[in-house]
Design a protein around this ligand. Structure first.
Ligand SMILES: *[C@@H]1O[C@H](CO)[C@@H](O)[C@H](O)[C@H]1NC(C)=O
Ligand SMILES: *[C@@H]1O[C@H](CO)[C@@H](O)[C@H](O)[C@H]1NC(C)=O
Ligand SMILES: *[C@@H]1O[C@H](CO)[C@@H](O)[C@H](O)[C@H]1NC(C)=O
Ligand SMILES: *[C@@H]1O[C@H](CO)[C@@H](O)[C@H](O)[C@H]1NC(C)=O
Ligand SMILES: *[C@@H]1O[C@H](CO)[C@@H](O)[C@H](O)[C@H]1NC(C)=O
Ligand SMILES: [Zn+2]
Length: 436
């Protein structure tokens, strides 16, 4: 199978939507209706919707759960269905207390028997929409975030913000169950992790060409004028909101700075088909640029998320670049597993330890204020554009981060059924290790 996915679109238009709300006619939205099939993107034309600016304050409600869960439980076990639903509601409360949400976020949840117990499930933004950033670059923003920005006009919203799809065949542990066993997955942690992806903790960068990194090619657009059914126009590589803050270290170059160079490849030109595009890209000088970026993405500590709201080096988050070869779904769209497992920043590592509950991990991470949504994760969410509540005191003013050598003694005596060498890969599509 081809290692990259391209999406057909019927019309080619430029968008003029900006964060300061210059209206446009049509925008190229990307829908991902199938969270466990991240390559199945649908390009949809989004009309611009004008919306009066609402007073932010009047929007803030008392609601303790700003996530509206639309739950389809497709199994015949009411007890499990109720536990799944209440776990989503608990995740909703955790997210609601970490963020100031002005508009409800609608999550379409399906819980069903999948093909095999090797698939955990996933959550994704249902619709992503292009917005022109203050740096002049257009990026894809998840709908749940665009809703919070209260723009005077925006591409039209889909009926749901996040789609989540989880597998009933997996050995899940729910809050309140008897002690977790070494083979069980803490469901609340899994849901929170996935909802973070749904809120926009996800990069467009991937290995869509051999040993080379580019943003996903979403806007491979069918030419409007072309009467041949085969001609397609490439509209350019496009990052996601998350990618604005990615900096290659120690060169201190943003990944965004490569986009201009990459887009010298045939921006706006027509190709016979995807294969034609693929072959021509690999033969282009831009392929060498993509290979150079790839090399950073497979070198440990080479990629940081520099939050917009802080210049301090200790506030950077190192992203997952220890996997070589690159693993699409695990690399870059997560934090460095080696560095952050067993710390307060554990939530967005690509592996989830079996036999540990969310509370176990919060304890191992040092019981910082803020719990599962760590200080650095909050900085990332704030950079994306969410209004974030910071717990007090700031973790950065407490003790040094806990390392594997300094797990609090009160915890080391607890009887965890660790099987630390076995973990689920919590990727965008999560596949359980062959070990299980
Ligand atoms: C918010 O909570 C306060 C006190 O808890 C209550 O008086 C008020 O009516 C609530 N407002 C809404 C919109 O629910
Ligand atoms: C949401 O889930 C329902 C089933 O509960 C489904 O019929 C509907 O198509 C889903 N909507 C989206 C946008 O995925
Ligand atoms: C990149 O930034 C770091 C920290 O600000 C600095 O120590 C380093 O010298 C910089 N590297 C280059 C190549 O400018
Ligand atoms: C995390 O802690 C567990 C249990 O102490 C240990 O087995 C594992 O090696 C640690 N992982 C890392 C990456 O430090
Ligand atoms: C951390 O503590 C120092 C000294 O106590 C204080 O000056 C600083 O403002 C604090 N920083 C944060 C982020 O709370
Ligand atoms: Zn993940």
């Amino acid at each position: 199978m081809k290692k990259f996915s391209l999406t057909l679109i019927t019309i080619y238009l430029f968008f003029a939507i900006t964060l300061v709300s210059i209206p446009s006619i049509l925008a190229q939205c990307i829908d991902q209706p199938f969270p466990t099939q991240p390559n199945k993107n649908l390009a949809v034309k989004c009309l611009t919707v004008k919306q009066p600016i609402k007073k932010l304050k009047s929007q803030v409600s008392n609601n303790t759960d700003m996530l509206e869960i639309r739950f389809d439980c497709a199994i015949n076990d009411e007890t499990i269905c109720a536990k799944v639903k209440s776990t989503f509601e608990e995740a909703g409360r955790i997210i609601t207390s970490a963020l100031t949400l002005y508009t409800q976020i609608i999550v379409n949840v399906t819980f069903r028997e999948m093909m095999s117990p090797a698939i955990l499930g996933s959550a994704r933004p249902f619709r992503s929409m292009p917005l022109k950033d203050d740096d002049g670059i257009e990026r894809l923003y998840p709908q749940s975030l665009v809703k919070q920005l209260q723009l005077t006009s925006h591409p039209e919203f889909a009926p749901v913000d996040i789609v989540a799809d989880f597998n009933s065949l997996v050995a899940l542990w729910f809050e309140g169950d008897p002690p977790i066993t070494s083979k069980q997955v803490g469901f609340l942690e899994l849901i929170l992790h996935e909802l973070m992806h749904g809120l926009g903790f996800v990069s467009a960068w991937g290995d869509y060409f051999p040993k080379a990194a580019t943003p996903e090619v979403n806007d491979f657009i069918e030419s409007e004028n072309s009467n041949s059914k085969a001609m397609t126009v490439f509209g350019g590589f496009q990052e996601k909101a998350f990618d604005k803050y990615l900096v290659i270290f120690p060169d201190n170059v943003t990944t965004s700075s490569y986009i201009k160079e990459l887009n010298k490849f045939a921006d706006g030109s027509a190709f016979k088909n995807f294969d034609d595009f693929y072959v021509k890209f690999i033969a282009s000088p831009q392929y060498l640029v993509a290979k150079e970026i790839y090399n950073h993405f497979v070198t440990p500590k080479s990629l940081v998320f520099k939050p917009s709201v802080s210049d301090k080096e200790e506030d950077w988050t190192y992203l997952e670049t220890t996997l070589n070869p690159f693993e699409r779904g695990s690399s870059v769209s997560h934090v460095d597993n080696m560095m952050y497992t067993n710390t307060s920043d554990f939530l967005m590592t690509y592996r989830q330890e079996l036999g540990r509950t969310l509370n176990d991990n919060i304890g191992i991470g040092g019981n910082y204020a803020g719990g599962a949504i760590s200080y650095k994760l909050r900085l990332i969410l704030e950079s994306l554009g969410y209004t974030v509540n910071y717990p007090s005191p700031f973790p950065s003013n407490e003790t040094d981060p806990v390392t594997e050598n300094s797990i609090p003694t009160s915890l080391s005596t607890r009887n965890f059924a660790y099987q630390s060498s076995i973990a689920y890969i919590v990727g965008i599509v999560m596949i359980i290790n062959a070990l299980l």
